[in-house]
Design a protein around this ligand. Structure first.
Ligand code: CTP
Ligand code: MG
Length: 186
């Protein structure tokens, strides 16, 4: 029972830098687009106006700073965790992280987001147009992929992280709809 709770907690802990990196550009983004308005031979933008340098930098900085705060409190949490479960190597690796890991998670989240936009433009979707699954999961998968040379969480953490990320999107959308901020609940 405690083991399951700890796995969920650590999956969220691992996802936090990437989530912050992915959501801060909405607040701090804007300004010149990364692709500088350029189009490819298909006549469509490389990335579109939704991907700005300011957003990218803000995302990487906020995600990394979040991770640094996590790294600094992790040693205090370790003894608490070991009161409840036998702390495995993977658990300790996720809890303690490291500055390079949280940087890679943050950069990976933003790169994944850009790759998603690149693909969306190639299939003719306008900036802001919905691409189910890609929009919700692209960033988290790219974050884990980029950090994978330094941190290899076992499959259960990846499964929990992906499920919680999808669930969180769904809950925010339904809430937005119920509060009248969105036109539809998806
Ligand atoms: N944003 C930004 N820079 C980034 C990523 C996001 O400035 N690197 C800001 C933009 O204002 C963007 C908003 O955050 O409109 C929402 O981000 P996102 O949903 O990723 O972009 P979309 O506008 O939906 O564009 P796309 O279809 O390319 O994903
Ligand atoms: Mg979008």
């Amino acid at each position: 029972m405690y083991e399951e709770i700890v796995i969920i907690e650590l999956a969220l802990w691992l996802g936090l830098p990437a989530w912050i990196a992915n959501s801060t550009p909405v607040v701090f983004g804007g300004g010149a687009p990364i692709d500088r308005g350029k189009t490819l031979s298909d006549g469509r933008r490389i990335l579109g106006d939704g991907k700005t340098l300011r957003g990218f930098i803000a995302g990487v900085l906020c995600g990394t700073l979040t991770g640094i705060v996590q790294i600094s409190i992790a040693p205090l949490l370790l003894p608490i965790l070991s009161n409840y479960v036998v702390v495995t190597v993977v658990m300790e690796e996720i809890l303690l992280m490291s500055v390079p890991v949280v940087m890679l998670l943050s950069v990976g989240a933003l790169l994944g987001d850009m790759i998603g936009s690149f693909l969306k433009r190639r299939v003719g979707l306008q900036s802001g147009g919905p691409a189910p699954v890609l929009d919700q999961l692209g960033f988290i998968i790219a974050a884990l992929a980029l950090a994978s040379p330094l941190i290899q969480p076992s499959a259960i953490y990846v499964i929990v992280l992906v499920s919680v990320t999808l669930l969180a999107h769904w809950i925010t959308n339904v809430l937005g709809y119920l509060l009248g901020l969105k036109e539809n609940p998806w």
